[in-house]
Design a binder for this molecule. Structure first.
Ligand code: T46
Length: 137
């Protein structure tokens, strides 16, 4: 079984000099990256990670993440107003879409970049699930 995605709360402390937003990380992050300026209607992702663990949040604007595994498909809305972050465990095929014009998709990742951690072909992903997820109890 693949681990469940989990919401984290982004706390906010406001004073006359502005807002401070705080996210306590449940694992050590070795890399961060962010996506901006996504043209209207464009989608990203279309891959799974074998072992990478990630946290997604929207410091600005909004976007959606669809997580697919086995026979489940779930959508998560990330919106800067909600002040929530999503932990995405390894093993999910993901499609990131519905980017607002001003969206920043911020990602904290547990590992440095390694192309061999990606599964970029859906048929290969289905085979990987059969070998790695379905026989686990
Ligand atoms: C993810 C979503 C949200 C690097 O060289 N180093 C890096 O750290 C990253 C993230 C990417 N790249 C290269 C690999 C590709 O040649 O940048 C190119 C575009 O990456 P990709 O097609 O994977 O972009 P997305 O937006 O589909 O996926 C990225 C992350 O790769 C992925 O982990 O979850 O953002």
């Amino acid at each position: 079984m693949v681990e469940e995605p989990k919401w984290l709360t982004i706390n906010q402390i406001t004073d006359p000099a502005g807002d401070l937003r705080i996210l306590e990380l449940p694992f050590e992050a070795k890399r961060t990256y962010f996506i901006q300026n996504v043209p209207h209607g464009s989608q990203r992702g279309f891959h799974a990670h074998r072992s990478l663990r990630q946290i997604f949040f929207a410091p600005q604007g909004s976007f959606e993440i669809e997580l697919i595994t086995g026979n489940s498909k779930r959508s998560f809305l990330l919106n800067s107003i909600d002040q929530k972050a999503l932990v995405v465990p390894p093993g999910y095929w993901r499609i990131i879409s519905s980017f607002s014009k001003d969206a920043t998709c911020m990602v904290l990742a547990s590992e440095h970049y390694m192309e061999s951690d990606y599964i970029r072909n859906f048929d290969e992903y289905v085979s990987w699930c059969k070998e790695n997820l379905e026989n686990e109890s």
